[in-house]
Design a protein around this ligand. Structure first.
Ligand SMILES: Nc1ncnc2c1ncn2[C@@H]1O[C@H](COP(=O)(O)OP(=O)(O)OP(=O)(O)O)[C@@H](O)[C@H]1O
Length: 326
């Protein structure tokens, strides 16, 4: 099973600019979590902090019992072996074909021979639907294929914690839907903890077990998906519905007068808030163990959650049991 990841009291600044402060959350082992937030709120910086690529001024990131903020370089290196990162642009080497790109971490970090490497690379390429594309160069394939190649490369060391930075960026809605399904199937197959940073509302509504949001240098919320999806917070409602009216502005936060004036001029669009069914693994894939674990977990904290979220969770219980037996 994947590993639990605990962020505790994290604060990060660049010079005088504080990106966020006092961010604490726990990514439950083996579950899928999404981090939302307007542009520039520090989602990528957060992801890099969890991997140990960015060092916060304060706080801890505890992974497998190791605080990667304060540990020694060797321990950080060992803990990083448990992680697979899918960067925004795939971060592939342009001069290497897909096979060599995906084999790269195995050649760098393990002593596997070429026969073993071939079997792992072929397995991961098949998992992301790239079999047959081994000899292609990154420049010769579509953005969606590059994303999947980046995901295959993130998988070769059998990570227990997978981080995906905007896996949908640059993809059309259909490719994004395929990628969403791929992440669910992957979670069913390997039961790894997954964190996805995205702006894509459809992905955020249908993929994760948990959702968080960064805004105004803080973690506004993090918890079971039903909490954010039914939230009355103006910033959440504005973000989910992609509206101009609300506290989020083009370049900075707005004052109350500007917000009220915009509300008058913006057409009354449908509100997409509310809990929609979470994606389930493609038929033939294993049952997603995380779904059952999460159900038990949220039932224990149900009484602490807002009423609308409670209703959403109770309604979804039938889907989880149906998935398990069906
Ligand atoms: N190495 C760095 N040095 C200085 N400032 C940085 C550095 N990395 C990030 N920042 C700043 O930190 C803030 C958060 O950046 P980040 O890329 O994490 O935002 P984001 O929420 O991922 O944005 P987007 O959704 O647009 O990708 C920005 O103001 C950015 O300019």
């Amino acid at each position: 099973m994947g590993i639990e990841v605990e962020a505790d009291g994290l604060t990060k600044s660049f010079g005088r600019h504080t990106v966020w402060r006092d961010v604490s959350l726990t990514l439950p082992a083996g579950e899928i979590s999404v981090m939302l937030g307007p542009s520039g709120t520090g989602k990528t910086v957060f992801l890099k902090t969890l991997v140990g690529l960015v060092r916060p001024e304060r706080g801890r990131v505890v992974i497998n019992g190791v605080d990667i903020v304060s540990c020694r370089e060797r321990q950080l290196y060992r803990t990083r072996r448990l992680m697979g990162v899918m960067f925004q642009d795939g971060a592939l080497f342009g001069s290497m074909n897909l096979y060599d790109n995906i084999a790269f971490p195995l050649r760098e970090h393990t002593r596997r021979n070429e026969r073993q490497i071939r079997s792992i690379v072929e397995e991961k390429m098949a998992m992301v639907g790239l079999s047959g594309a081994e000899s292609k160069l990154p420049g010769e394939i579509s953005g969606g294929m590059r994303k999947r190649a980046g995901l295959a490369r993130a998988l070769v060391l059998d990570p227990e914690f997978i981080l995906c930075d905007e896996p949908d960026s640059g993809l059309d809605p259909v490719r994004t839907a395929y990628l969403s399904q791929l992440l669910i199937d992957l979670n069913a197959q390997i039961d790894a903890t997954i964190l996805i940073v995205t702006h894509n509302i459809q992905m955020a509504r249908t993929v994760p077990d948990n959702i968080g949001m960064l805004y105004r240098r803080q973690l506004v919320t993090f918890g079971p998906r039903e909490v954010l999806l039914t939230s009355d917070e103006p910033v959440v409602a504005q973000f989910l519905n992609g509206r101009r009216s609300g506290p989020i502005g083009m370049s900075e936060e707005k004052d109350a007068a500007a917000t009220a004036a915009e509300a008058m001029t913006e057409p009354d669009l449908d509100d997409v808030r509310g809990v929609v069914p979470q994606l389930t693994p493609t038929p033939g894939q294993p049952y997603r163990q995380a779904a059952a674990r999460r159900q038990e977990r949220v039932m224990r904290i149900l009484h602490q959650l807002p009423p609308a979220a409670q209703q959403g969770i109770l309604a979804g219980r039938h889907e989880v049991s149906h998935e398990r037996t069906g």
